[in-house]
Design a binder for this molecule. Sequence first.
Ligand code: FES
Ligand code: FES
Length: 178
Amino acid sequence: MAYNSTLAGPTGSVITRTSRVHIKFTLNGEPVETRLKSGDRLLVDVLREDLQLTGTKHGCGIGACGTCTVIVDGLPVASCLQLAALIDGADVRTVEGLAGASSLHVVQQAFINQAAMQCGICTPGHVMAACALLEKTPAPTDEEIRTSVESVYCRCTGYVRIEEAYREAVALARKARP
Ligand code: FES
Ligand code: FES
Protein backbone atom coordinates (compact mmCIF):
# COMPACT_ATOMS: atom_id res chain seq x y z
CA MET A 1 0.00 0.00 0.00
CA ALA A 2 1.38 3.42 -0.90
CA TYR A 3 1.74 5.65 2.11
CA ASN A 4 -0.73 8.21 0.88
CA SER A 5 -3.42 5.67 0.14
CA THR A 6 -6.60 5.68 2.12
CA LEU A 7 -8.81 2.77 2.99
CA ALA A 8 -11.94 2.05 4.93
CA GLY A 9 -11.27 1.37 8.58
CA PRO A 10 -13.34 0.41 11.60
CA THR A 11 -16.91 1.71 11.44
CA GLY A 12 -16.36 2.90 7.86
CA SER A 13 -13.87 5.62 8.82
CA VAL A 14 -11.12 6.56 6.38
CA ILE A 15 -7.60 5.53 7.39
CA THR A 16 -4.53 7.43 6.22
CA ARG A 17 -0.92 7.17 7.27
CA THR A 18 -1.43 9.84 9.92
CA SER A 19 -4.65 8.39 11.35
CA ARG A 20 -4.51 7.47 15.02
CA VAL A 21 -6.98 4.61 14.81
CA HIS A 22 -8.50 3.13 17.93
CA ILE A 23 -9.01 -0.62 17.54
CA LYS A 24 -10.62 -3.32 19.66
CA PHE A 25 -9.96 -6.97 19.05
CA THR A 26 -9.55 -10.28 20.84
CA LEU A 27 -5.97 -11.31 21.54
CA ASN A 28 -5.36 -14.81 22.85
CA GLY A 29 -8.89 -14.92 24.21
CA GLU A 30 -8.75 -11.54 25.97
CA PRO A 31 -10.32 -8.28 24.79
CA VAL A 32 -7.74 -5.67 23.83
CA GLU A 33 -8.12 -2.00 22.94
CA THR A 34 -5.30 0.12 21.64
CA ARG A 35 -4.77 3.40 19.82
CA LEU A 36 -2.39 2.98 16.89
CA LYS A 37 0.42 5.50 16.58
CA SER A 38 -0.33 5.76 12.86
CA GLY A 39 -2.66 4.29 10.28
CA ASP A 40 0.11 2.30 8.64
CA ARG A 41 1.12 0.36 11.76
CA LEU A 42 1.62 -3.31 11.05
CA LEU A 43 0.16 -6.00 13.24
CA VAL A 44 3.59 -7.51 13.93
CA ASP A 45 4.83 -4.19 15.32
CA VAL A 46 1.72 -3.59 17.40
CA LEU A 47 2.07 -7.07 18.91
CA ARG A 48 5.78 -6.78 19.61
CA GLU A 49 6.21 -3.11 20.47
CA ASP A 50 2.86 -1.90 21.79
CA LEU A 51 1.59 -5.09 23.43
CA GLN A 52 4.97 -6.62 24.36
CA LEU A 53 4.19 -9.99 22.80
CA THR A 54 7.61 -10.64 21.31
CA GLY A 55 7.03 -14.31 20.46
CA THR A 56 5.92 -13.22 16.99
CA LYS A 57 9.08 -12.43 15.07
CA HIS A 58 9.72 -9.76 12.46
CA GLY A 59 11.87 -11.43 9.83
CA CYS A 60 11.81 -10.44 6.16
CA GLY A 61 8.99 -7.92 6.44
CA ILE A 62 7.74 -8.77 2.95
CA GLY A 63 5.52 -11.77 3.58
CA ALA A 64 8.07 -14.34 2.47
CA CYS A 65 9.61 -16.00 5.53
CA GLY A 66 6.63 -16.84 7.76
CA THR A 67 8.33 -16.04 11.06
CA CYS A 68 5.63 -13.48 11.82
CA THR A 69 2.76 -15.95 11.40
CA VAL A 70 -0.22 -15.44 13.70
CA ILE A 71 -3.74 -16.81 13.46
CA VAL A 72 -6.46 -14.30 12.59
CA ASP A 73 -10.04 -15.54 12.60
CA GLY A 74 -8.75 -19.09 12.26
CA LEU A 75 -6.38 -18.48 9.37
CA PRO A 76 -2.59 -18.15 9.31
CA VAL A 77 -1.63 -14.57 8.51
CA ALA A 78 1.73 -12.89 7.89
CA SER A 79 1.47 -10.16 10.51
CA CYS A 80 4.19 -8.15 8.73
CA LEU A 81 1.74 -7.55 5.88
CA GLN A 82 -1.35 -7.03 8.00
CA LEU A 83 -2.40 -3.48 8.71
CA ALA A 84 -3.28 -3.38 12.38
CA ALA A 85 -6.10 -0.93 11.67
CA LEU A 86 -7.95 -3.67 9.82
CA ILE A 87 -7.73 -6.05 12.78
CA ASP A 88 -10.57 -4.23 14.52
CA GLY A 89 -13.09 -6.84 15.68
CA ALA A 90 -10.91 -9.83 14.77
CA ASP A 91 -9.81 -12.80 16.82
CA VAL A 92 -6.00 -12.83 16.91
CA ARG A 93 -3.87 -15.60 18.36
CA THR A 94 -0.14 -15.61 18.91
CA VAL A 95 2.31 -18.19 20.20
CA GLU A 96 1.94 -16.76 23.70
CA GLY A 97 -1.70 -17.84 23.79
CA LEU A 98 -1.23 -21.51 22.96
CA ALA A 99 -0.30 -23.15 26.26
CA GLY A 100 -2.94 -23.80 28.89
CA ALA A 101 -2.44 -23.09 32.59
CA SER A 102 -0.93 -26.49 33.26
CA SER A 103 -0.04 -27.97 29.90
CA LEU A 104 1.41 -27.07 26.55
CA HIS A 105 -0.61 -27.04 23.36
CA VAL A 106 -0.32 -30.40 21.57
CA VAL A 107 1.69 -28.75 18.80
CA GLN A 108 4.18 -27.32 21.30
CA GLN A 109 4.46 -30.70 23.01
CA ALA A 110 4.95 -32.45 19.69
CA PHE A 111 7.75 -30.05 18.72
CA ILE A 112 9.49 -30.90 22.00
CA ASN A 113 8.90 -34.63 21.66
CA GLN A 114 10.31 -34.65 18.13
CA ALA A 115 13.19 -32.26 18.90
CA ALA A 116 11.79 -30.05 16.18
CA MET A 117 12.65 -26.77 17.87
CA GLN A 118 14.87 -24.64 15.73
CA CYS A 119 15.98 -21.10 16.42
CA GLY A 120 13.88 -18.55 18.26
CA ILE A 121 13.13 -16.72 15.04
CA CYS A 122 11.52 -19.45 12.98
CA THR A 123 10.13 -21.77 15.67
CA PRO A 124 7.15 -19.58 16.70
CA GLY A 125 6.19 -19.24 13.05
CA HIS A 126 6.38 -23.00 12.52
CA VAL A 127 4.30 -23.66 15.63
CA MET A 128 1.60 -21.18 14.60
CA ALA A 129 1.51 -22.50 11.04
CA ALA A 130 1.09 -26.04 12.40
CA CYS A 131 -1.72 -24.96 14.74
CA ALA A 132 -3.54 -23.20 11.94
CA LEU A 133 -3.35 -26.25 9.69
CA LEU A 134 -4.34 -28.82 12.31
CA GLU A 135 -7.30 -26.80 13.57
CA LYS A 136 -8.76 -26.72 10.06
CA THR A 137 -7.49 -30.13 8.96
CA PRO A 138 -7.14 -32.55 11.88
CA ALA A 139 -5.81 -35.34 9.63
CA PRO A 140 -3.64 -33.58 7.04
CA THR A 141 -1.99 -35.37 4.14
CA ASP A 142 1.79 -35.38 3.79
CA GLU A 143 1.44 -32.80 1.05
CA GLU A 144 -0.65 -30.50 3.24
CA ILE A 145 1.93 -30.83 6.01
CA ARG A 146 4.77 -30.06 3.61
CA THR A 147 3.00 -27.01 2.21
CA SER A 148 2.42 -25.68 5.72
CA VAL A 149 5.99 -26.38 6.83
CA GLU A 150 7.35 -24.66 3.74
CA SER A 151 5.39 -21.51 4.56
CA VAL A 152 8.05 -20.77 7.20
CA TYR A 153 11.61 -20.54 5.94
CA CYS A 154 14.72 -21.86 7.55
CA ARG A 155 17.96 -21.79 5.64
CA CYS A 156 19.93 -23.33 8.51
CA THR A 157 18.69 -26.90 8.59
CA GLY A 158 16.04 -29.27 7.27
CA TYR A 159 12.32 -29.64 7.82
CA VAL A 160 12.22 -33.38 8.58
CA ARG A 161 11.86 -33.04 12.36
CA ILE A 162 9.20 -30.38 11.91
CA GLU A 163 7.17 -32.60 9.61
CA GLU A 164 7.45 -35.37 12.22
CA ALA A 165 6.23 -32.91 14.85
CA TYR A 166 3.12 -32.19 12.77
CA ARG A 167 2.42 -35.93 12.63
CA GLU A 168 2.98 -36.31 16.34
CA ALA A 169 0.66 -33.37 17.04
CA VAL A 170 -2.04 -35.10 14.98
CA ALA A 171 -1.57 -38.24 17.09
CA LEU A 172 -1.54 -36.34 20.40
CA ALA A 173 -4.68 -34.44 19.46
CA ARG A 174 -6.39 -37.66 18.48
CA LYS A 175 -5.45 -39.25 21.81
CA ALA A 176 -6.71 -36.23 23.73
CA ARG A 177 -10.13 -36.33 22.09
CA PRO A 178 -12.80 -37.98 24.25
S1 FES B 1 8.44 -11.23 8.62
FE1 FES B 1 6.48 -11.62 7.88
S2 FES B 1 6.74 -13.13 6.37
FE2 FES B 1 8.76 -12.60 6.97
S1 FES C 1 15.78 -19.83 10.69
FE1 FES C 1 15.47 -20.77 12.59
S2 FES C 1 16.80 -22.48 12.61
FE2 FES C 1 16.96 -21.62 10.61
